[in-house]
Design a protein around this ligand. Structure first.
Ligand SMILES: [Fe+2]
Length: 389
């Protein structure tokens, strides 16, 4: 039922150019003292993007401790090392600085720092979540994850291989800082992939079982803005490019706020399979999975799929059947993907022999499959994946 829901926005959001220089002041006002753990990837710290954050933290008499070992997909070994450092340093706050993986790593560290037990027990639910004892801030440097506004995290166990999803009220950042100046060195490929991740968040949230009238405006506005500003961000330069990237960063945060309410569905189930078995960037995997996710539920929710299609500019003939709506929207999404440089699975190194394992993974991802109006069928999914090779 669209009108029966709970709604919460976990994070205070500051959107401001050079807003990252306010990190220290905001940490202090939220009660941080002593050591603050900064979680990022090694490239981020090499680029010098952290300097204004570190300076602002020092200016408030706090001590930054940099953990720059975050890796794509937040491998559990890295998370464990971060937890050990946070415990040893007795940090009062964890600041995530980077893309989705840095935020996932930081979330797991902040949630685990006061707990005894292993992070995989936490992810599997055998170690119960409890209120954090430290602050959690998030500063995104891509325009796609939306993780700064969600109470959801992902940790990769390479031995599964399996991506564990944890979601609880304590995993949401207290503060999110959206500073578009941090995205100036983002490549066109990364802008496209991360923006399509955000688009998938909104499109899947809008078309999942839990969708409700309260999160709809966030989902619809973010989809509209991504379709408008992603092509501009890729085509423009200088100030015009920065304006477009800024809108994508905000749209990504809106998408995060939308999907943290209701979850995602088939697109992310498939994208996780593509990520685990094909090692494809999450955003590109989402972009390629979404056409199937939307088309396959058009029989159950044709009007919602049609609305997404109208945002994409699809013109539907009168009396258009539900299956035709799904086909037209799927085709238009694939065309939009190609227009931003996301063409095929093989482009990212996926080979035919991986498709069975990807589909097998996707159909067994309970959290996301269970949120779909219609679960995936393995043979159907393999056929789709073969078609976008
Ligand atoms: Fe995603």
């Amino acid at each position: 039922m669209l009108t029966q829901f709970s709604f919460h926005a976990p994070s205070f959001v500051l959107a401001e150019r050079n807003g990252c220089a306010k990190t220290g002041g905001l940490l202090k006002s939220y009660g941080a003292a002593g050591n603050v753990l900064l979680v990022c990837g090694s490239k981020t710290s090499e680029l010098g993007l952290l300097v204004p954050v570190i300076d602002s933290i020092r200016a408030e008499g706090l001590k930054p401790v940099v953990f720059d070992k975050s890796q794509p997909d937040a491998p559990v070994e890295v998370v464990r090392e971060g937890i050990r450092i946070a415990q040893k340093e007795g940090v009062s706050a964890v600041v995530a600085f980077g893309g989705g993986s840095a935020m996932d790593t930081a979330k797991a560290i902040a949630c685990m720092v006061h707990l005894e037990g292993d992070v995989l027990e936490y992810c599997r639910g055998s170690l119960a979540p409890s209120p954090r004892k430290c602050l959690l801030f998030a500063i995104p440097t891509t325009c796609g994850t939306g993780s700064e506004a969600t109470d959801i995290g992902v940790v990769l166990d390479r031995h599964g291989p399996y991506k564990y999803i944890f979601a609880n009220p304590f995993a949401g950042p207290d503060v999110a800082i959206l500073d578009p100046l941090l995205l100036r060195s983002l490549s066109p490929q990364m802008i496209a992939a991360t923006a399509m991740d955000a688009f998938s968040h909104s499109a899947e949230a809008y078309t999942c079982r839990g969708a409700n009238v309260m999160m709809e405006p966030l989902a619809l506005c973010s989809m509209r803005d991504i379709l408008t500003f992603l092509p501009k961000a890729l085509a423009a330069a200088d100030e015009e490019r920065l304006d477009a990237v800024e809108r994508l960063l905000i749209a990504s945060c809106m998408a995060g706020q939308a999907f943290t309410q209701v979850g995602l569905h088939l697109g992310h189930a498939i994208a996780h399979g593509i990520g685990v078995h094909g090692h494809v960037h999450h955003g590109a995997a989402c972009a390629l999975a979404l056409p199937y996710a939307l088309a396959s539920v058009s029989g159950e929710i044709p009007n919602r799929i049609r609305t997404v299609g109208e945002l994409l500019g699809v013109t539907f003939p009168s009396g258009c059947a539900a299956s035709e709506i799904g086909r037209l929207v799927g085709e238009e999404l694939l065309r939009f993907n190609r227009s931003v440089g996301i063409n095929s699975l093989s482009q990212y190194g996926v080979t035919e022999d991986m498709l069975d394992a990807i589909a097998e993974y996707a159909v067994h991802e309970e959290g996301t499959q269970g949120n779909a109006y219609r679960p995936s069928h393995k043979e159907e999914l393999v056929a789709y994946l073969r078609g976008i090779m």
